[in-house]
Design a binder for this molecule. Structure first.
Ligand SMILES: Cc1cc2nc3c(=O)[nH]c(=O)nc-3n(C[C@H](O)[C@H](O)[C@H](O)COP(=O)(O)O)c2cc1C
Length: 328
């Protein structure tokens, strides 16, 4: 059944969704997600006690995570019923941000498969409105709240105020679309202070989301500083910075299957160097159960994806979970 749904979605994506102008496709996709109660169907989930893991001490029914992109509580609520073991909300900033002007999202298509490049620029409702909107969200699965700031004070405030709303807290130092967030990886000294301050700001398990563009600095300075500060979960990682003349900013973050080899390599290296000291959410390019299994075989604690949710549809989590159950 799930294979048939997957094949139908691929067909729908190839002949219809991928041919719509990107803004229309995004609007249609998000409206359908809001309107259709897909989360009420058991088709998209697979409950099996053998799939359960703990992440930062929090129990997840399975190790598949929806990566940060959505902030609308209706969509987050639906996603919680679509097979994921946890759902990550979009990175929230203190003030609302309109994001970068359009075009801020374009498709890519290479031999590896369909992907995206975005320069979304943290379009989000800001701390106060987000907090009010998700306060009544019922957590069918753990919610990971994500924060992004320009100063240490921003992160501390965001983590303090949003921490109580999630089971885990992710802090984003890696989105390539705004200079100030991406720049954190270029100043590891200050980042070490940020890690310590953020650690003090919440008792919730913390996840640091890394950029695949700074593999050496991550390994040499940022992950050791995270461990020193008591931050034990690494999400590796965010999109890769690329130029793209179709985008309003002339550059953006590449996601989807073209970044999968980098995700695999960063996971391998991080496991080799840090052993079991870190828990690793491997994110970047997962759009099939084969790719997810390769990441688990290399020691991922959990896998995350966003682009695969768009290009392969909401059935992808179930396909991954079926493979995992078959291999246990
Ligand atoms: C349109 C768009 C918006 C995103 N917004 C965020 C964000 O707010 N915070 C964040 O940490 N990552 C964000 N990401 C990155 C994803 O969470 C993910 O790390 C990245 O896309 C790589 O995974 P994928 O190849 O499975 O998409 C965004 C990605 C896209 C495509």
């Amino acid at each position: 059944m799930s294979r048939t749904i997957a094949a139908l979605y691929r067909f729908l994506y190839a002949v219809f969704l991928s041919r719509l102008p990107e803004p229309a496709a995004v609007a249609l996709g998000q409206n359908l997600l809001r309107l259709l109660p897909l989360d009420r169907l058991s088709t998209f989930r697979l409950d099996d006690p053998r799939l359960a893991i703990t992440l930062g001490g929090v129990r997840l029914a399975n190790p598949v995570i929806l990566a940060a992109m959505y902030y609308d509580p209706t969509i987050l609520g639906r996603a919680m019923g679509l097979g994921f073991g946890a759902v990550t909300a979009k990175s929230i900033t203190i003030q609302a941000r309109p994001g970068h002007p359009r075009p801020n999202l374009v498709r890519t298509s290479t031999d590896a498969g369909p992907g995206l490049v975005n320069c979304n620029g943290f379009q989000n409702p800001g701390l106060d409105r987000f907090r009010a909107s998700v306060a009544s969200l019922s957590h069918r699965v753990p919610l990971i709240v994500s924060v992004a700031g320009e100063t240490i004070g921003d992160y501390v405030k965001l983590v303090r105020e949003l921490g109580p709303l999630g089971e885990l807290v992710e802090f984003n130092i890696s989105s390539p679309n705004t200079r100030l967030v991406y720049e954190w990886s270029r100043k590891p000294g200050e980042l070490a202070t940020l890690l310590r301050e953020v650690r003090r700001a919440t008792e919730k398990p913390l996840i640091v989301k890394l950029s695949p563009d700074f593999a050496e600095t991550n390994e040499r300075e940022i992950i050791p500083a995270a461990l020193d500060a008591g931050v034990r979960i690494v999400n590796y990682g965010n999109t890769r910075k690329v130029t793209n003349r179709r985008l309003s900013q002339g550059e953006g973050g590449l996601s989807g299957p073209d970044i999968f080899p980098t995700t695999l390599e960063n996971l391998r290296r991080t496991r080799r160097v840090f052993g079991r000291d870190v828990e690793i959410i491997a994110t970047g390019g997962v759009d099939s159960s084969d790719k997810a299994v390769r990441l688990f075989d290399e020691g991922a604690t959990a896998v995350g994806y966003f682009t695969g949710f768009v290009t392969r549809g909401p059935i992808l989590a179930r396909l991954i979970l079926e493979r995992l159950v078959a291999s246990r």
